[in-house]
Design a protein around this ligand. Structure first.
Ligand SMILES: [Mn+2]
Length: 327
């Protein structure tokens, strides 16, 4: 593992131009990992590009350097090294993947068990709490300085993927890393205010609509609800406001699995998110049945079909998973 990390550092050291990518619909770990690596590389004099099909969600735009994240160039461009962070599949990188004319080396850094190892160098550690944790180790291996803006991006990555250091994936190592980042200058209060307390009121209006139709089934162990296009329009909320909405279903005492169905703008396509509060039920295995993936405690899939059919199939698979676990 150490050799792999050293080889990644060697490739980055020899590169002049580096493109750092992450998955579309980026979350805190995606933006934070991409930005931390990008800024650290810039400090060493590399020419760095940061691409994403989707804009940086508003709550992460306080991060210094986030304005450098742009949509992919229209014409294919050549890079010495391309690094993908937090993206389990090549297709989750979106159109960026088509805009790379040449690259000497593709490096894939991720913590999803389901990672498809599409890189020339693949550093995948499912035990890491966040991809940001791997980026942190990489920067340490390279002995690049961790300045305040890099530390802040890494802190956001770690904080968001651990549910503010509350989920089961919070480890002694992730807490030690957080302590070191705070020592490097992270202003925790400011980060929390931006990331957790800066929602537009439209998000709460959306939440009202969504929660009003929450359903509890299977001895109240499964909670699910829908975000429809109509609800989004009426509340004037944006798609990025949907992130975290699933946590309300998850927070109910009796609930083992929470499911959020999101109607996508394209007809007959539904995005389904899963959360599990019980180690006996691995939701990535459920998501996988529908072509998705993720982590045992948090997973998702994009499923083709009429909403009612998708709902029926997903609920049936979830009930079966609970039954198999004796729940
Ligand atoms: Mn992640």
């Amino acid at each position: 593992m150490n050799n792999l990390r050293r080889e990644i550092v060697r490739q980055l050291r020899e590169a002049r131009s580096v493109l750092v990518l992450t998955h579309y619909r980026p979350d805190g770990d995606a933006v934070g990992s991409q930005l931390a690596l990008g800024l650290a590389l810039q400090r060493t004099g590399k020419k760095v590009s940061l691409w994403n099909d989707d804009p940086v969600p508003a709550k992460f735009r306080f991060l210094p350097g986030s304005e450098q994240i742009t949509t992919p160039s229209r014409q294919p461009r050549a890079f010495d090294v391309v690094v993908a962070v937090d993206s389990s599949t090549w297709s989750r990188l979106g159109t960026a993947a088509e805009r790379i004319a040449r690259r000497r080396c593709l490096i894939n850094i991720d913590h999803h068990v389901s990672n498809e190892r599409y890189g020339d160098l693949n550093w995948v550690e499912p035990n890491a709490s966040a991809t940001g944790q791997l980026v942190y180790r990489l920067i340490q291996t390279a002995r690049w300085p961790i300045e305040r803006d890099v530390a802040t991006a890494l802190f956001v990555a770690l904080s968001t993927d651990t549910g503010s250091f509350s989920y089961a994936n919070t480890t002694a190592e992730s807490l030690r890393m957080a302590a070191k980042l705070v020592a490097s200058g992270v202003d925790v209060g400011t980060v929390s205010r931006h990331v957790y307390e800066s929602y537009p009121s439209a998000r709460l209006h959306l939440l009202q609509r969504v929660l009003a139709e929450l359903k509890l089934i299977h001895h109240r162990r499964i909670a699910y609800y829908w975000v429809t296009n109509e609800m989004l329009e009426e509340s004037r909320a944006k798609r990025e406001d949907i992130e975290g909405v699933i946590d309300y279903a998850r927070s109910i005492d009796s609930v083992v699995v929470a499911i959020l169905f999101e109607e996508l703008p394209e007809p007959r396509r539904v995005r389904v998110s899963f959360r599990s509060k019980d180690r006996r039920v691995a939701v990535d295995a459920i998501a996988k049945q529908f072509g998705g993936g993720g982590h045992p405690e948090a997973a998702g899939a994009r499923i083709e079909g009429a909403p009612a059919t998708v709902e029926r199939n997903v609920l049936a698979a979830t009930r079966a998973a609970l039954r198999a676990a004796g729940l």
